[in-house]
Design a protein around this ligand. Structure first.
Ligand SMILES: NC(=O)c1ccc[n+]([C@@H]2O[C@H](COP(=O)([O-])OP(=O)(O)OC[C@H]3O[C@@H](n4cnc5c(N)ncnc54)[C@H](O)[C@@H]3O)[C@@H](O)[C@H]2O)c1
Length: 386
């Protein structure tokens, strides 16, 4: 495999590929780490050390063109996703791409269309889907255990940019990040609720930028970096968004995402209410699902169920309930799904189709920022054009 971007996600994709052989020994595919690219030479050079790549380069096109590379991981900033994905598709090389897959909906749609036209399998980094508690939640909802779904809420509240000294990384510019918290965190929320209760039909949303400028910081610096002093430059995209949503199935709900929330570090939560039951999950308690089902031990109240063998891929990681999985494990599940698709040619979820559907919801939210109105989510035609 070849790696495009040796940052946080680039390193995590690599370690996840490596761990697939430990957790899924039955999968016949064994990744070989051929070449990694980063435009920051020092970063690129780290790839041949502990990360285990045979070579490194500062030009990502060398990776895609390399005849020894069969598949690529797209883990560079958002402004490069489109070009990288289109080049991979043109070379017939399947890719595992990070969300949001482009700077905005039109780029996501172009990526999806190119991948589908090329007939390659894809995986997109909506890792929260793979939490065993979420897999269990999805099964309960699909089996009708909650009855008719009435309301849904998700909050993705992060504090990574809550300090005004938080550096102006690529995430805060239109040219490189594209959308702000919409693409960064709301993308996860929209995908999570879609995977649990189905597509969103219409939205009304507001966005705000609370920290108008930040100190410049060089490419390659982590978005958790706080800088003393430094030249200030404007933040060009939204820090915060909140939306009212209506689902195709009739449920109503609220979605909220912030990158400047003081208090919660990473409260990625979802709660689903039905006519008979309810469930709630929070990333900070990844292995727990709170459930209220008819006849449950607390009547109509919530009881906590711990993820365990029998829930998603839990048994691949831990032998029994109460022994927790972590964030990185979700990426191993994702890496396995991608390699399994490469091996058997079967497209699994989430791939580019789910990313494109998610992006149309973000587009409707962004339109609503300006119009102040309810905005329908544009249906995606089979050929990929909205
Ligand atoms: N799924 C998740 O939970 C999750 C979490 C974090 C980030 N992401 C996504 O992953 C992607 C990367 O985010 P990150 O946090 O790893 O960012 P990062 O800044 O840590 O890493 C990005 C890397 O890409 C490199 N890069 C920049 N220009 C390049 C070029 N022209 N060619 C090759 N490399 C280049 C940078 O130098 C840096 O090393 C983003 O799209 C982001 O939205 C997903």
């Amino acid at each position: 495999m070849g790696l495009l971007g040796v940052g946080w996600m680039g390193r995590l994709h690599t370690t996840s590929y490596r761990r697939v052989r430990d957790h899924y020994p039955d999968l016949a595919v064994r990744p070989r780490f051929v070449v990694a690219a980063d435009e920051v030479a020092d970063r690129a050079a780290t790839a041949t050390g502990a990360l285990g790549y045979e070579r490194f380069t500062t030009d990502w096109r060398d990776v895609v063109a390399d005849p020894g590379v069969d598949v690529v991981s797209i883990t560079a900033p958002n402004h490069l996703h489109r070009e990288m994905a289109l080049a991979s598709a043109a070379a017939g090389k399947p890719f595992w791409g990070e969300k949001p897959l482009g700077r905005g909906p039109s780029e996501t749609a172009a990526i999806a269309a190119a991948a589908e036209a090329a007939g390659i399998v894809t995986t997109v980094g909506f890792n929260y889907r793979h939490a065993p508690a979420i897999v269990h939640a999805r099964e309960l909802i699909a089996a009708g255990e909650l009855g008719d779904i009435t309301s849904v809420r998700s909050t993705f509240l992060a504090d990574y940019a809550s300090s005004p000294g938080g550096g102006l990384t690529w995430r805060f510019t239109r040219a490189m990040g594209g959308m702000g918290v919409l693409g960064d965190l709301m993308s996860h929320a929209v995908d999570l609720v879609a995977c649990l209760v189905g597509p969103v039909e219409t939205v009304t949303a507001q966005g705000a930028t609370f920290i108008a400028e930040r100190p410049r910081i060089p490419m390659g610096a982590t978005h958790f970096a706080v800088v003393e002093g430094g030249e200030a430059a404007p933040v060009e995209n939204e820090d915060y968004t909140a939306a009212l949503v209506r689902f195709v199935g009739g449920a109503r709900g609220t979605l909220e995402a912030s990158r400047v929330a003081v208090g919660p570090h990473a409260r990625y939560s979802v709660e689903v209410h039905g006519s008979r039951g309810a469930l709630a999950w929070d990333f900070q308690r990844l292995n727990e699902l709170r459930l209220s089902l008819p006849g449950g031990p607390l009547g109509s109240g919530y009881a906590t169920v711990f993820a365990g063998p029998g829930h998603g891929d839990f048994a691949r990681f831990q032998p029994s309930m109460g022994i927790g999985m972590g964030y990185d494990d979700l990426k191993v599940v994702e890496a396995h799904g991608f390699l399994a698709s490469v091996a058997d040619g079967r497209q699994r979820q989430p791939g580019v189709a789910e990313a494109r559907a998610m992006a149309e919801v973000l587009a409707a939210m962004e339109r609503s920022f300006d119009s102040g109105a309810w905005e329908p989510v544009r249906p995606v035609a089979p050929d990929g054009e909205p």
